[in-house]
Design a binder for this molecule. Structure first.
Ligand code: SAM
Ligand code: SF4
Ligand code: FES
Length: 328
């Protein structure tokens, strides 16, 4: 679809039923009915950045910070493998405590468990990404957040849009399966810029795209901004599936936070991946990127059972493979 077609569909809700069904059909035809589960470990909520939307920004003094060290990360990973996960996702704030050597040690240990490994730890240099890749990391998630350069730089004090884009192209060049995505509902974000986001995903030839509605956090500069619209986020996701039939698209946690059935609706509108939390319960409430996150009181086993039941209830199955993108 070209930009005008994207804008047309994004601004007209009368075509929503068609859009969601079409994205579901294209998902079924290209990536099938299996859902890939990725076990998410939120291993540090310490962050040096100031993203205006995020509760982990360093200026927020109201949250208790934590770091999970190597041995505990490995034991959480082993538990996830025992629960049947074939991919581990390590996510954190931009926390310089985990330097390249520490990260590479963790990567090598996890890769001994015969799983795919995804990192989501922010902007690093080319050489740092290279070291992570050589240590065995398979995938990297780094959302562009928005392709509106001026909005990007307003939302990210002291950060550069060009560097964000360069990081993504570096990850691609290094052979990572590269994931990106955007927030829907940032202040002053336009429909046109959401259309540009979808075109950017295609231009990058991203392997994974995560779309999340923005949810305001009271300890951030965006505390009084309205939350993003669940249905608009779902439309951006469905259009992404139509434009990129063979990629992996998660039904995001933020979608379920805004709609109690959000992940299942997303799985029926183009998504084929879910990322349940496998962090131990004691840390979950502290990884408060936005309020009312789901699963805060649940343990890894509970989330696994819960999501499996939901997926089966809509006639889908859980993949027993690592779930790399199969390019068509
Ligand atoms: N620090 C890494 C980074 O920023 O890429 C990874 C962790 S960060 C918490 C993961 C994602 O959380 C971001 O890409 C952002 O889109 C999302 N996020 C942060 N604050 C949010 C909010 N208030 N509402 C919805 N999503 C949010
Ligand atoms: Fe830090 Fe990521 Fe939150 Fe930005 S979005 S403040 S980089 S954890
Ligand atoms: Fe965590 Fe449902 S996925 S309780």
């Amino acid at each position: 679809m070209n930009k005008d077609e994207l804008i047309d569909i994004l601004s007209d809700n009368s075509k929503n039923d068609w859009l969601f069904k079409e994205a579901d059909r294209i998902r079924h035809e290209n990536v099938g009915d299996e859902v890939h589960l990725r076990g998410l470990i939120e291993f540090s909520n310490i962050c040096k950045r100031q993203c205006k939307y995020c509760g982990l920004r360093s200026a927020n003094k109201e949250i208790e910070r934590y770091r999970i060290l190597k041995d505990e990360i490995i034991s959480l990973s082993k538990n996830a493998v025992n629960l049947g996960y074939k991919t581990i996702v390590l996510q954190s704030g931009e926390d310089d405590y985990y330097d390249t050597d520490k990260m590479c040690e963790i990567i090598r240990e996890i890769k001994k468990l015969d799983v795919a490994l995804t990192l989501s730890i922010g902007e690093k240099t080319y050489n740092e990404y290279k070291a992570f890749r050589e240590a065995g990391a398979d995938r990297y998630l780094l959302r562009i957040e928005t392709t509106d350069e001026s909005l990007y730089e307003t939302m990210h004090p002291n950060a550069s849009y060009k560097n964000r884009v360069e990081c993504l192209y570096n990850l691609k060049e290094l052979g990572f399966e590269t994931g990106t995505g955007c927030l829907v509902g940032l202040p002053d974000q336009t429909i046109e810029s959401l259309a540009n986001d979808i075109l950017f995903f295609k231009e990058l030839d991203a392997d994974m795209i995560g779309i999340g509605p923005f949810i305001p956090h009271k300890e951030t500069p965006l505390k009084d901004v309205s939350k993003g619209d669940f249905w608009l986020a779902l439309k951006v996701m469905a259009l992404t599936r139509i434009n990129m039939p063979d990629i992996n698209i998660p039904a995001t946690t933020a979608m379920e936070t805004l709609n109690p059935n959000g992940r299942i609706i997303a799985l029926q509108s183009g998504a084929n991946v879910v990322m349940p939390n496998v962090t131990s319960t004691e840390y979950r409430a502290k990884y408060e990127i936005y309020p009312n996150k789901i699963c805060l009181g649940d343990a890894p086993e509970q989330c696994r059972g819960c999501i499996e039941g939901k997926i089966r209830s809509i006639g889908r199955t859980i993949s027993s493979e690592k779930g790399f993108r199969k390019k068509v």
